[in-house]
Design a binder for this molecule. Structure first.
Ligand SMILES: C[S@@+](CC[C@H](N)C(=O)[O-])C[C@H]1O[C@@H](n2cnc3c(N)ncnc32)[C@H](O)[C@@H]1O
Length: 281
């Protein structure tokens, strides 16, 4: 049988997709190809390897091809797969909200440590996006009463779907952190938009061209958060904020000026300063 008329085996399809993604600038092209095929065929990566010589059905090939093409356009892998792991949860991910990042897991770690002594901490997650932080806290501290705020109705709809899929109860609120927010909280936690407008062009296409711009850039939003949080925190309440590496020290100084105490900076797993936290006196 000639090459052209022979059925396309999984092995050949994987090799072709890997080569295509590598040409499109995807660094871990083979790994991503395997994840995409796993998703398209409903098989684990191990099963793919056990089945390498199996011919693909036309509809299987079509499904995989569609996802590979999307990834080739540098759409984030998490959007292409439609789901992404964050702490113990698998969250639905699409263009309505930022893809939850591994470094944000450190913020959740710190947030949980700050409320571990409380049986029923009142927590506000500002800029919840997919709901990642709010849901991870609700999951890992079952007593926590979590309110999740976002200015984007689309992001909030995704967070609602994620809450339902995870079977976790959080209160979702649509609004701007600079507007009215009802309630008193033991912890205000946030991964606010902190990319500077002049940095946008330097970002990877996945981020620059696909993730919601208002989730990335929010001039003055982290600063407004510091001011709003002290009106919402009870005495002794905590603020924990994820920021870019070069913004931490200025932000920590600002918190000190506003009257926050015990201001500390925690690095992420790569040693980059990542989370600023403080206690409201
Ligand atoms: C960096 S994303 C974080 C998403 C999610 N918390 C996470 O860590 O993956 C910032 C989020 O803040 C929201 N946001 C931006 N400006 C806001 C504002 N003024 N008030 C409330 N939310 C805001 C955006 O819509 C976006 O969902």
């Amino acid at each position: 049988m000639s090459e052209a008329s022979s059925p396309v085996t999984l092995r050949r399809a994987l090799a072709g997709a890997d080569e295509y993604l590598a040409r499109r600038g995807i660094e871990r092209s083979r790994f991503e190809t395997e994840l995409i095929f796993s998703q398209a065929l409903g098989l684990s990566r191990i099963q793919l390897y056990l089945d390498l010589d199996r011919p693909l059905e036309p509809e299987e090939r079509g499904r995989a091809l569609e996802l590979v093409t999307r990834r080739g356009k540098r759409e984030p892998l998490a959007y292409v797969l439609g789901e992404w792991g964050f702490r113990r949860l698998t969250l639905k991910t699409d263009a309505r909200a930022l893809v939850p990042r591994p470094e944000t897991e450190i913020l959740v770690e710190r947030a949980l440590a700050l409320v571990e002594e409380l049986d029923a901490p009142r927590v506000l997650d500002v800029g919840t996006g997919s709901g990642a932080i709010a849901l991870a806290i609700a999951d890992e501290h079952p007593g926590a009463r979590v309110v999740a705020l976002d200015v984007s109705a689309e992001a909030l709809a995704l967070a609602r779907e994620n809450a339902a899929a995870c079977g976790l109860e959080i209160e979702l609120r649509l609004g701007d952190l600079r507007g009215t927010i009802e309630g008193e909280f033991d912890l205000v936690v946030s991964n606010p938009p902190y990319v500077l407008p002049e940095e946008i062009e330097t970002l990877e296409p996945e981020v620059r061209d696909w993730e919601p711009r208002e989730a990335l850039v929010g001039v003055g939003v982290p600063e407004a958060l510091a001011g709003r949080a002290c009106e919402l925190l009870v005495s002794g309440g905590r603020l924990a904020v994820e920021l870019g590496e070069r913004q931490q020290k200025t932000y920590a100084a600002r918190l000190g000026d506003l009257g926050y105490k015990e201001v500390t900076i925690t690095p992420d797993l790569t040693g980059r300063e990542r989370v600023v936290e403080a206690r409201w006196p």
